[in-house]
Design a protein around this ligand. Structure first.
Ligand code: ATP
Length: 502
């Protein structure tokens, strides 16, 4: 594949003087001289829209106590246009000038032009900031994008365009390549990143949910010439994903937050935004495919297949989704990223739950769920005490590591009991089960069509049949964990899901 060219919409005639800054969004123009540019001075002396708060505007802020500089931007969107904007800034002069530059760049611009404004454009509008002052452009761009995302989600209404696609960009290599492929046929691509988690003590800052990851995703999108919007879903994510995950651990379950997150938090919000932007489809970097009847089909690369995580999506949501990576392997995706010279081509894959990045599970449970150390017994099936543990919630069925028990044969967690705070262990043969109890069975086809079930994200499907709210397996499966999702297959098509209860 050669270098792809982009079909980006023409910038509006209302913003001719902004063209060069916005067209070159990914580049940072750095002046080596110490004398400020006259454009910088002009913004400093006569800031545009300082203290202005238009009616119906949405606000976004960045900076604050830690860095001493604070920029707040407000924007009002109507239809497809940023009809008005204002700002406030405290701290250094560069923060003030950057806030003013943002207002000038976006006021009267189309929403999608405004969504192309990044720190590079802000710096360029100020004649190029020295390295020490670029921070102010970053803050102003962060504040702008927080405001713009909120305004777009609430007030934007672009005319529907069949060839417009919204791409969910996490800042990783998969979604960057998905964006490239989504635009390869000439489609008009708009990018969105969700801010899902921000910890006051800054853990998970490196994860795909965090504020710094949002900034990185924006940089990738802007480098591709794409408008980029940010949606702040932190409240919905905490209430709908993190809190149930913490509550599940307290009850001795092993919840699967990603299935619910995709199912009713992040994809729904992005489909709503796609509607507002007049985008017919939402593309993601998941490894998944679609069956002819619209249901999910496993990815061509079984090692990367992510349909398990998407199994709880409604048919209506599925109908809007596109998976440009579904026929590719990961090495092929990385090769495409290198070919397109994407800066994220070598970025490592995410390993754990996004909100746990930078923090261990045990520490997270203690800090956010109040599940502090609670010593209890490790017992065998006869009740004989073999050792001590630091809380049942730190263990999951099938776990082998970290038991702190010395035995002649490897031992695994067979059961955890929240009420007695005991962890029962046994040899591997104790783990196998042939019948798995379920709740909340949801099927898109007849129960009779189910021929296999996946009982864990990375487990191979097991041949089975569905019977009386349970799944009966043709071969024993080691350690289905209560709280995890069971995903039903008919051949390679995902036909439903349920939650494992025992
Ligand atoms: N914070 C986010 N904002 C927007 N989209 C996201 C976000 N996190 C994940 N996605 C979307 O969901 C897809 C799968 O997410 P997952 O967390 O599994 O990432 P991944 O496989 O590491 O992909 P990537 O390399 O794109 O980060 C991503 O490719 C992206 O399209």
């Amino acid at each position: 594949m050669g270098r792809l060219t982009w079909s980006t919409p023409a910038l509006s005639a209302a913003t001719p003087t902004k063209l060069s800054a916005v067209r070159n969004p990914g580049r940072r123009l750095v002046h080596s001289r110490s004398v400020p540019d006259e454009r910088f001075e002009e913004h400093l002396q006569h800031p545009a829209g300082r203290g202005h708060a238009p009616a119906g505007a949405h606000a976004g802020a960045a900076g604050g106590a830690v860095c001493g500089d604070l920029v707040k931007v407000v924007v009002a969107v109507r239809g497809a246009t940023v009809i008005d904007a204002g700002f406030d800034a405290s701290g250094c002069g560069a923060a003030l000038a950057a806030g003013s530059a943002v207002v000038e760049l976006v006021r009267g611009a189309s929403l999608l032009d405004a969504a192309r404004v990044g720190a590079g454009a802000v710096s360029a509008a100020l004649g190029g900031l020295s390295p020490g002052k670029l921070h102010a452009a970053d803050l102003a761009a962060d504040a702008l994008h927080r405001a713009l995302g909120a305004a777009a989600a609430a007030d934007a209404q672009l005319a529907p365009a069949a060839g417009r696609t919204l791409v969910a960009m996490s800042g990783g290599v998969d979604s960057a390549v998905a964006a490239v492929l989504a635009g390869a046929g000439g489609a008009e691509v708009v990018a969105v990143t969700l801010e899902l988690w921000r910890d006051p003590e800054n853990d998970a800052e490196s994860s795909c949910c965090s504020a710094s990851a949002v900034r990185a995703a924006r940089a990738v999108a802007h480098r591709l010439g794409l408008p980029h919007l940010t949606l702040d879903l932190r409240d919905a994510f905490r209430a709908g994903v993190v809190e149930p995950w913490l509550a599940g651990h307290a009850q001795g379950l092993t919840p699967n937050p990603c299935v619910g997150c995709n199912g009713h938090v992040r994809l729904d919000a992005m489909v709503d935004l796609a509607d507002r932007l007049g985008a017919a489809t939402l593309a993601t970097g998941h490894y998944a495919r679609r069956a002819p009847d619209g249901l999910l089909r496993t990815a061509a690369d079984p090692a990367k297949d992510q349909t398990y995580m998407l199994a709880a999506l409604s048919r209506a949501t599925l109908a809007r989704l596109r998976f440009p990576l579904g026929e590719l392997t990961k090495p092929e995706v990385r090769a495409l990223a290198r070919e397109q010279e994407l800066p994220v081509a070598a970025k490592p894959d995410s390993q754990d739950l996004c909100f746990l990045a930078g923090t261990g599970r045990e520490r997270f449970l203690a800090r956010h769920g109040g599940l502090h150390e609670r010593p209890g017994d490790v017992v065998d099936r006869t009740g004989r005490v073999l050792g001590r543990h630091r809380g049942h919630f730190n263990f999951t069925v099938g776990q082998r590591r970290g038991l702190g028990v010395h035995a002649p044969e490897p031992l695994y967690v067979v059961r955890t009991d929240a009420r007695s705070n005991t962890v029962t262990v046994g040899p591997r043969e104790d783990l196998g089960v042939r019948r798995v109890a379920l709740r909340g069975v949801r099927l898109h086809r007849d129960a009779a069509s189910v021929d296999a079930v996946k009982l864990r994200y990375r487990a191979a499907p097991v041949p089975c049949r569905l019977q009386d709210g349970a799944v009966v397996l043709d071969a024993p499966f080691a350690a289905p964990a209560p709280g995890q999702t069971a995903v039903f297959l008919a051949g390679d098509v995902i036909v439903g899901s349920a939650t494992i209860t025992g």
